[in-house]
Structure formats: C-alpha cells, structure tokens
Design a protein. Structure first.
Length: 197
C-alpha cells in the first residue's frame, strides 16, 4: 500500500481586534487576513502578503465591551453598531475567500500569538455558519514556531528578542489588515530561517 501524501499547506496570517477578552460575551470588531505562503513537503514559497487579503469590520454581537480593549483598535463602536458587517455574512464571505485562495492546499491560520486570534476566529466561524475552512485545529502559532527553532522558552519568544532579519519592516498599527500583512512577512521569514548552530 502506498503511503498517503499530505496536501500542501497554505498559511494565512490572521489578526483580529476585539472589544473584550473572550468571544460570546464580547465581540470581534474587525479582522484581517493575508496569504503568507505555501509549504509543499520541505519546500516553502513566500507570497506577496498584499496580493491576497481580506478585511471586515463587524457589527458587535452584544452590548458588553471593555473600554481599554476597544481603544486598542481605534474603531468607533457606535459606527460599528450602525455600519459594521453582519457577522454571519462576513464569515460566509471569509469562508469563500479562504477556499478560493487555498484551492489545492490545506488552509492553515497562523497568528502571533495565534491563541487569542484563533479563539475569536474559530468561535465566530462556528457560531455564524457552523463550519471552519481550517477544521478544528488548523492553526499555527508563530511564537511557538520561533521558540522551537530558536530553542528558547516560550516566554522568551518575543519580537524584541528575535533577530532583526526575522521581523517585518512594516509598523504594527493595530489595524487588523495591516497587522495580518506584517505577521505574514514574519511567518515567511520564520519558515525560511535556519538559526545559527
């Protein structure tokens, strides 16, 4: 019997902005995604992270919010209540976009750190449509990837301690699409990086 080969992975950098610490009681108010690159076996090919992107600002799903969390994004909550995209419609559009850009590959969400962004993204995908194009575990944490490659404890896997050549030159603005693009560059740099022995 022939060994089953894995499909290539398409890494999609996702950044979310939220008005509180957990989904459900609080809302994901914006999210951005950018294709970082494709891995086929041991080969990784970086993408131009500005070429394939997705961005939506969402209508809040509850009245609860943490002012300090909301302030990070700089978004106006009253405007989002009036003009933000319906979460169900936005998740349907995002699912279609992910499936289109990842045709022939397995999409993998990547984030820095992935834990916060994945929690909101997966919850929203399941709550508003019951389906995730990433499956239930298709995420990769860039902090963990760096910690393993650099052989440092996870708490030491911070951008301020990373080699400068790994970091994007783009600013971290807390605009979800800007940050997704910035993190896509970090992802590609990490995938191609061989740390000194």
């Amino acid at each position: 019997m022939a060994a089953r080969t894995a499909r290539p992975s398409l890494y999609i950098s996702v950044d979310i902005e939220a008005d509180g610490p957990i989904p459900g009681p609080y809302s994901m108010i914006s999210f951005g995604a950018a294709v970082a690159g494709r891995q086929d076996g041991a080969s990784y090919t970086a993408a131009d992270p500005r070429e394939h992107t997705f961005y939506r600002e969402l209508r809040p799903i509850s009245d609860a919010y943490v002012p300090e969390a909301l302030a990070v994004s700089g978004l106006d909550r009253d405007r989002l209540v009036r003009e933000g995209a319906d979460p169900a419609a936005a998740m349907a559009e995002f699912r279609s976009w992910v499936r289109e850009v990842s045709a022939g590959a397995q999409p993998v969400m990547c984030g820095y750190p992935a834990s916060f962004d994945w929690t909101f993204l997966y919850w929203y995908l399941m709550r508003f449509g019951g389906d995730s194009p990433f499956g239930h575990s298709g995420c990769l944490d860039m902090k963990t990837l760096y910690a393993v490659k650099a052989r440092v404890p996870l708490r030491a896997a911070v951008k301020g301690r990373m080699p400068r050549e790994l970091l994007s030159r783009r600013p971290h603005t807390h605009h979800a699409l800007d940050d997704a693009v910035e993190q896509a560059e970090l992802m590609s740099n990490l995938m191609r990086w061989s740390p000194p022995a």
